[in-house]
Structure formats: structure tokens, C-alpha cells
Ligand binder design. Structure first.
Ligand SMILES: Nc1nc2c(ncn2[C@@H]2O[C@H](COP(=O)(O)OP(=O)(O)OP(=O)(O)O)[C@@H](O)[C@H]2O)c(=O)[nH]1
Ligand SMILES: [Mg+2]
Length: 636
């Protein structure tokens, strides 16, 4: 039996996780050369377009250690271990003791890698991946140094008690600062310089040593092959033909094709139609044993019977369910409506399917007078919201209308009733005597000293303040900050990047609720209230926001048959007005623009007898779905 090592790659966004994974897949000959492409594990269309990882991706590699390394095991440098229950030194001594007896067999290692996303909106993916592994490669870009998400992901790995192998990445870059960034890592982990691995995902340099370090330092999974099978579900996929495909880590026993299984939480039963490994594509195998990571085809077509963190076990067995995952509470909400009410059922199906591969998405049905039936959706951040709405359009071909995003507010009405409100349209009107509370965040910003002035101004503009400052070494500063979540969502992240030439990084967590000075802003087009554009704004920003929104809508809205007023109303007053002139007939085609495939799709939709969106309820104004999409986004 081969030795197994399960590990995950974690880091700040763009520090080279997926590229380093490429080189590992290549050097272990897991992916054929002709199929190799950059960031091969980023298989989703949106991941490739944006150059970021959105979903975690497991990949199994078979690694043959060079004869010399298993025969005469170098004493491995003490790896950085935080856990009490996993001890890498005892592991390497165990290996050293075993190697001479088992000879060839220990030469072959199965390495299960899980690549993770770096963007903070997708950190739920990271936390789930970490439940399925014993160790991590913590990458730090040697040109950038430790960044905010390095700290957050490191903390997650520590909380899971995992073995941590620090890796300096991108060492091929001429201006790599290996010594300085190495110092930062030593400071952070309390490790020694020899513990830090050096690697380049571009040239592949350092990858052989890294593969060796994984075998030596990451402990093998504890082996309980004789116990009753239990599998920890960490992800799903959905296939039209084969139904739900479960990604699971075998914790105890083994599982094979034909086994009668059940989901512990829902009790749903099924037969394992196929069992296999992810290499990274699905490859069927006879069975998966304790410690292995792989997939099981269930054939189940109805969603909702399975959730991540649930346990798979043999039907009618009394095996205890494994401790599951904590749910990821949404940070921002928005309502999604089908542009045509005929598509309501399709939208529900699409959300059900999406949720299988994105367990952090939450939604519930709601209905609004004008927009009809739709769903109130909860997202982990603005990027998450953008990705989900984009996937609805692309993967399911549904035109949607999306309302302006909102965080949750806690309202205390005059009669003492407390209510949580997630939608601007439900927010009390001006004049209602209510108390409002809102969530604040605690954040960490790492920035080069030169940008301190800019950042302080930006923080001030977003009602934030610095609660602690630490010198970070190498001329950088770590700021502990607090700020209303509402202000963070008002494009703070992008502005932080712009104002620091991309050097500042941010991580945050939701903290306490505090009294808020906010008000509702309503938008009128042709003197008609468009509820999807209503939002809650800070009183001190109300006027600026009113101007910004009317201006953006003025730039985005196609001209109508008649001159159209765009107005923002705040605290009972019209605060900003723009006037869109009437459409001249001869320029229709140009005005509507858009690429040809989009137009063809639209025509097809019309052929299928779909109604033009939003004509009902809004009188004469025609607002195409793209406008709602653009208004949802933060960028100006
Ligand atoms: N020169 C050089 N560039 C690299 C190296 N590794 C990655 N890059 C580049 O850095 C960028 C980000 O690389 P990715 O591998 O996508 O980074 P990531 O950590 O997976 O990013 P996320 O998954 O979005 O967090 C890409 O433009 C890569 O080409 C390296 O070793 N050397
Ligand atoms: Mg990546």
C-alpha cells in the first residue's frame, strides 16, 4: 500500500498557488503534457477569464520518491507544527524506521493536493478544504511579502491543527526579496530559515524539494481501514446525467462501487454508482480507503438532500456522524428576479444546482409587487455576488434583474419590536422614529509606509478608524482597523488598491452591531419609483451617493422614447436629478449596442415567446437587465 499525504495550498490572492500546483501536476506526470495549460485546475470559465481561483479543486498525484531519498532519509528539518496531536518529528522518525524494511513500497506516495482560492470572499472554500487534509503549503510571494490573507489563512490552518510548510513563491522574479520576505515568515511562524522552502511555479525550480518536504513533513492520515465506512463531504458537483457527485474524504473504512450508502443528516439513501479519484479529472477506481480523497456518483437528481459537512455512511449503519462545518453567514444580500416571470421555476432550479457547487450561497423565495416572484439571496461579499449572478446568466442562460446589494440592519420600532432588515425597500421611511443598528468589521491592512497618508484619508472617508498600528518589518505597517460593514461594501476594497498602487492588502471579519446613522435613498425614473435601485446610505454620504447613482444611471440607461428624469430622493427631498434626452429613431441600433451573440440570444428569447422585461409595472420605462447588473456593481 502506498503512503498517503493530503495537503492544501493556501495563500493571499495571486501569490501563485494554482501555478505551483501546475508544476506539481507536471513533475508527477499527473496531467499529460499536451493537456497542460496555465492554472490547469482553474477549470471554470469565469476562473480562467478573471485569472483567479473561485472554487477549491482537489487533484491526486502519484509521486515516486527518488531511491536515494527513501533509502537514506535525511533528517527532515523540524516543520512548523502547531497542533498537539500531529507531530511531524515522530512522523519522520517513523518513516526513517520503516523505510529499510518496506523497501520499494514506501517509495510510492499518493499526494492529494487541494488548491484553494485566495480572495477573501471565498475563504469558506479554504476552510472546507482544510478539513480534508493534514498539512498545508503556506505560500508567500517573494516579491510581495506577507499580505493580509496570508495572516487569515495561516490562522485557519492553525485552528485546524495542521502541519504548515512555509514556501517562498515566484523566486524566479529578478526583484524577488528572498531574504527580507524570509525574515517576515520567520517572524510570523517562529520557524528557522531552513524550514522555508523556495519555489517557482514559472520555472518549476524547487518543486522536487517541495514534493519531498510534503512526504517528510506532512503526517499521513490516521489509518482505520477496518472501521465502518465514514466519509466527510466537502464539496459537490452536479451532472445532468449522473446527478449529484459527492466529493468526500474517507475518514474510516473504505467505500466501493455498489455500496448502499446514506447521508447521515438527511437520511437520503442511494447506491454508489461509481467511486473514483480526481486526477484532477474523474477517474473511476475499485475502492477508496481510509485517508483517501475522491468522488462518489449518487444518481440523485433532486437537490437539497445533501449538504457539505454531512457524513456518508453505509445504509442502516449506526456510525456516528462526523463533526460537520460551520455555515458561512452571508455578508451582503440582494434580490434576484427572473426578467420574465415565465422563468421563475428555471431560476429556482438554477439556484438549487448552483448551491450544490457553492454551499455558501443562500436564498429564499420572496415576492415584490413590481418585480414579481424572485429570491432574496445572501452572498459572502461583492465578488461572490458578481460571480453567482454571472454564473446564472452563463451556465443557465437566465436573464435576471438584481436589486442593489444591502447588508443587514437591526431596526427597533417605537413599540419596541426588533426586526432585521436586508432590503432597502423594507427599510423604514424618513420620519419613522426608529433606532437602527448595523454591523461593523474588524480589519487588518498591511501597507508600505509611503501610502499611510492616502490610506488615512480613505479610512476617514469611509467612517473607519485605526485601533492599532504595528511595524511589520521591511518598511511596512500593519493597521488594525474598524469600520461599518456598509462602508466596506461601498467600494472600499477597490479604492484601497487604487490608492496604494495595489500594494495594500486587507482582510476583515464581521464584529459587533453598533448604532447607525443611515437613511433610505429611493430612485425614480420618469417619476416612477424603481424599487430595485433603492438603497440604504450613510446620512453624511447621502448627497454624494445620490449624485453618483443618478449619474451612473444616466450613463447606463438607454434613452427612452421620451425625455426621462432620473431622480434620487433622500429623507423626503429630491437630492439629485439628471435628465436623459429622448431617443432619436434613427440611432436605435447603435444605442442598444452589445455584442452579436448577446443580440442573437435576445432574439432567440423573444422567439421563445418571452416578454420584454419590466414593461409591466413600470409604465413606459424600459430598463434592460444589463442596467440592473451594472448598477449592482461597485465600480464607477
Ligand atoms: N514569474 C512568476 N510568476 C508567477 C509564478 N507563479 C505565479 N505567477 C503569476 O502570478 C499570477 C497569479 O498566479 P496564480 O497561480 O493564478 O495565483 P493564485 O495564488 O492561484 O491566485 P488565486 O487562486 O486567485 O488566489 C499569474 O499571473 C501567474 O502567471 C512564478 O513562480 N513566477
Ligand atoms: Mg489560484
Amino acid at each position: 500500500m502506498a503512503e498517503i499525504r493530503n495537503f492544501s495550498i493556501i495563500a493571499h490572492i495571486d501569490h501563485g498557488k494554482s501555478t505551483l500546483a501546475d508544476r506539481m501536476l507536471e513533475q508527477t506526470k499527473t496531467v499529460e503534457a499536451r493537456l497542460m495549460k496555465e492554472q490547469v485546475l482553474d477549470s471554470m470559465e469565469l476562473e480562467r477569464e478573471r485569472g483567479i481561483t473561485i472554487k477549491m479543486q482537489p487533484a491526486r498525484m502519484v509521486y515516486r520518491r527518488p531511491a536515494s531519498s527513501s533509502a537514506s532519509l535525511r533528517p527532515s528539518p523540524a516543520s512548523v507544527t502547531v497542533s498537539e496531536h500531529t507531530s511531524p518529528s515522530s512522523d519522520s522518525s517513523r518513516l526513517a524506521a520503516q523505510a529499510p524494511d518496506t523497501g520499494k513500497q514506501t517509495n510510492e506516495y499518493i499526494l492529494n493536493l487541494i488548491d484553494t482560492p485566495g480572495h477573501i470572499d471565498f475563504s469558506y472554500e479554504v476552510s472546507r478544504a482544510l478539513n480534508a487534509v493534514e498539512g498545508v503549503l503556506l505560500l508567500v510571494d517573494s516579491t510581495q511579502g506577507v499580505q493580509a490573507q496570508t495572516l487569515t489563512t495561516l490562522q485557519m490552518a492553525k485552528d485546524h491543527g495542521l502541519t504548515i510548510i512555509p514556501v517562498l513563491s515566484k523566486i524566479d522574479v529578478p526583484h524577488a526579496r528572498i531574504k527580507e520576505v524570509g525574515d517576515e515568515i520567520i517572524n510570523l511562524l517562529g520557524c528557522s530559515r531552513e524550514d522555508i522552502m523556495l519555489a517557482s511555479g514559472k520555472t518549476g525550480q524547487g518543486v522536487p524539494e517541495l514534493l519531498e518536504a510534503i512526504c517528510e513533513r506532512v503526517p499521513p492520515p490516521s489509518n482505520k481501514p477496518t472501521d465502518t465506512y465514514r466519509g466527510l463531504i466537502f464539496d459537490f458537483e452536479y451532472s445532468n446525467h449522473r446527478g449529484i457527485i459527492v466529493y468526500q474524504r474517507v475518514v474510516d473504512g473504505f467505500v466501493k462501487k455498489g455500496d448502499a450508502l446514506e447521508f447521515a443528516a438527511s437520511g437520503k439513501k442511494f447506491t454508489a454508482l461509481e467511486v473514483g479519484i480526481l486526477a484532477p479529472q474523474e477517474v473511476p477506481v475499485a475502492s477508496l480507503g481510509s485517508g483517501e480523497i475522491g468522488y462518489i456518483v449518487t444518481g440523485i437528481k433532486e437537490p437539497g438532500v445533501a449538504g457539505v459537512g454531512d457524513t456518508l455512511r453505509p445504509e442502516k449503519s449506526s456510525a456516528e456522524p462526523l463533526p460537520g462545518y460551520q455555515e458561512a453567514p452571508p455578508v451582503v444580500w440582494s434580490s434576484v428576479f427572473p426578467a420574465s416571470q415565465d422563468d421563475f421555476t428555471m431560476l429556482r432550479q438554477a439556484l438549487d444546482r448552483l448551491r450544490l457547487s457553492d454551499s455558501s450561497l443562500s436564498y429564499e423565495e420572496e415576492s415584490s409587487g413590481i418585480l414579481g416572484r424572485g429570491f432574496r439571496c445572501g452572498f459572502l461579499g461583492m465578488l461572490h455576488m458578481e460571480i453567482v449572478t454571472e454564473r446564472l446568466r452563463r451556465e443557465f442562460d437566465i436573464e435576471i434583474i438584481i436589486t442593489a446589494p444591502s447588508i443587514s440592519y437591526e431596526i427597533t420600532w417605537p413599540d419596541g419590536k426588533v426586526e432585521e432588515i436586508y432590503a432597502a425597500t423594507r427599510f423604514p421611511n424618513h420620519g419613522d422614529r426608529v433606532e437602527v443598528r448595523e454591523p461593523w468589521i474588524l480589519g487588518q491592512i498591511i501597507l508600505p509606509g509611503d501610502y499611510m497618508g492616502n490610506i488615512m484619508t480613505l479610512l476617514y472617508e469611509h467612517e473607519g478608524s485605526v485601533i492599532d498600528t504595528k511595524i511589520f518589518g521591511d518598511g511596512r505597517t500593519l493597521l488594525a482597523i474598524e469600520m461599518p460593514l456598509r462602508e466596506l461594501m461601498r467600494g472600499f476594497f477597490d479604492k484601497l488598491k487604487n490608492t496604494s498602487s495595489g500594494y495594500a492588502s486587507l482582510s476583515y471579519e464581521i464584529a459587533e452591531m453598533r448604532p447607525a446613522s443611515v437613511t433610505r435613498m429611493d430612485i425614480f425614473v420618469a417619476e416612477e419609483l424603481i424599487p430595485a435601485f433603492s438603497r440604504v446610505v450613510g446620512v453624511i454620504h447621502a448627497e454624494t451617493e445620490a449624485k453618483a447613482v443618478t449619474e451612473k444611471l444616466y450613463q447606463t440607461l438607454p434613452r427612452q422614447q421620451f425625455a426621462t428624469k432620473i431622480q434620487a430622493m433622500v429623507m423626503g427631498k429630491l437630492t439629485a436629478t439628471k435628465k436623459l434626452s429622448a431617443l432619436r429613431k434613427d440611432v436605435t441600433a447603435k444605442l442598444y449596442g452589445g455584442d452579436i451573440t448577446r443580440k442573437m440570444k435576445l432574439r432567440e428569447n423573444q422567439k421563445r415567446g418571452k416578454k420584454k422585461m419590466l414593461e409591466r409595472g413600470t409604465g413606459n420605462v424600459h430598463i434592460p437587465p444589463e442596467v440592473f447588473m451594472k448598477m449592482m456593481r461597485n465600480e464607477e
